[in-house]
Design a protein around this ligand. Sequence first.
Ligand code: SAM
Length: 245
Amino acid sequence: MTQVAPYRALAQCYDAVMDHVDYEVWVELIETLLEFHDHAPGDVIELGCGTATFSCLFAARNKANYLATDASREMLCVAREKARDSDIEFAQLRFESFDDQEIFDTVFLLFDGLNYITDEADVLMLFRRVYRALRSGGLFIFDQSTPANSLNNLEYFRDAGRSGLVSFIRHSEYDEETAVHTTRFEITTSDNVFEEIHFQKCYTGSQIQEILEKTEFEIEAGYDGFSLETADTESERIHWVVRKH
Ligand SMILES: C[S@@+](CC[C@H](N)C(=O)[O-])C[C@H]1O[C@@H](n2cnc3c(N)ncnc32)[C@H](O)[C@@H]1O
């Protein structure tokens, strides 16, 4: 078995891994949040776009200049192919090197991208980078998975599937003490078997709120899951909407 970095092999079957996710519902939620917070998307950058399923659906339904970015070259390769008939632009970008100044109206970071940052100081650094990149009035919409999501969904910790000739087996573990969710993927292609280990930190909503309070962002809302209810300690996923004034 060949050990590779996260998403290097998984990119080939990521869309099959995410088969259970209704991205249309996700796009509708984000559109609702934009409307509710009275914000036109304008110049958008998406961080951690993955294979761009959200990006393609959103860009097709909304007037926006859309730049989709991700650290993984392999995920971007699938994304570019999927979006070949769209106007979406792509760039390889790690959160750690995001360094633009006041050129975006909207920043998205969706589906657990934030959880890949396992150190609070690095989360703060990213928030500050996003703040700098936004124009005045700009909105940052991101989600986070919480410890409740890992604790309440143990039945999904073992999973397997296939996309064409590529198959995957997924095993997850959650360490309550460190709040680290570890996922091991075994990915079998026609010529090799790969292993990827993904570490994700499950921050509580209060932890993320405390980090946001160290920035100049105004927190407009933290929503529970896919609802417009305010998140609480039982929320498994929180959508944050924060603004630069
Ligand atoms: C769970 S996937 C979500 C992808 C996409 N947003 C979606 O909804 O399907 C997380 C993505 O974050 C990206 N990612 C993780 N760490 C990153 C980093 N430090 N900088 C940029 N992207 C990162 C991964 O490459 C992966 O594509």
